[in-house]
Write a protein that binds this ligand. Sequence first.
Ligand SMILES: Nc1nc2c(ncn2[C@@H]2O[C@H](COP(=O)(O)OP(=O)(O)OP(=O)(O)O)[C@@H](O)[C@H]2O)c(=O)[nH]1
Ligand SMILES: [Mg+2]
Length: 293
Amino acid sequence: MTRAGIVTVAGRPNAGKSTLLNRIMGERLAIVSAKPQSTRDRVVGIRSVDGSQMIVYDTPGLLNPRYALQRAMRAAALEALADADVIVYLVDATQGEVRELADVAGLERSPQAPVLLALNKLDEVAPAARAQLRERHPDAFLISAATGEGVDALLAAAAQHLPESPFLYPEDEISTHSVRFFVAEMVRETALEQLEDEVPYSVACEIEEFREDRSPVYIRAVLHVERETQKRILIGAKGQRIREIGQAARGKIETFTGHPVYLDLWVKVLPNWRRNERSLKRFGYRLPEAPSA
Ligand SMILES: Nc1nc2c(ncn2[C@@H]2O[C@H](COP(=O)(O)OP(=O)(O)OP(=O)(O)O)[C@@H](O)[C@H]2O)c(=O)[nH]1
Ligand SMILES: [Mg+2]
């Protein structure tokens, strides 16, 4: 009998959720960044091995939303928690105390699915502190998404909680997203790597054209920022920065798609898009019905 179901990875910003998704998949599906709030929507990876199919949801970090984009991010995370057959609650073990998932999620009750607590970044925890963690959290999985330590045991436990079911997707399918989605995320990730302060939070990437019938594949992408000053920063002196972003992003896209790519990259200003519901809808974010606290 096979098993199949949803494994939702949730936790605070920067806990390592996207790194864990990539580790589970053995492939770079989700963008990873040292800056918090890099994931803005649910990212799906599908892993079919040993008779179980895990539909793994990477989610935006749980936080108290302050503007419309953050409300959409929180809604995506809460929906993924509600959809889960089993939840991996990921906590950065180097960041002090471990709070309850319901508390971090701002929920009155714990989500319905069983919750596996996973303490991440074990590679940065000294042996004495590891022993202490084990003592304090005897049921927790101690893992390093970066090195892979402990991840197999976590996955084996998660698989036990999946319902008996035929596979829900073909065995060789690795995601439900379009190539366009991944391309937009790779461009955004590359921009994040090169930006500081508030600018990364203001960047959105939109793919305007994607022509796979040509070689090289033609992709026109727009990086939207919120202000003229940010546009100038992103472009850089004599266009140096945007050229570097374009080159690095093209390399990632070529590795991902296996085809030569011509990346036509533009920068535009969409004033205050993070707070504007129409702009958010245009970028594919779904907003909760009423603004939640
Ligand atoms: N040392 C160490 N660093 C890690 C580990 N897992 C993730 N990181 C780093 O932690 C930072 C955040 O990782 P992400 O995977 O982007 O975290 P996230 O939880 O997806 O963050 P958001 O999407 O912003 O909520 C990155 O710099 C990662 O390289 C780990 O096991 N060990
Ligand atoms: Mg992430």
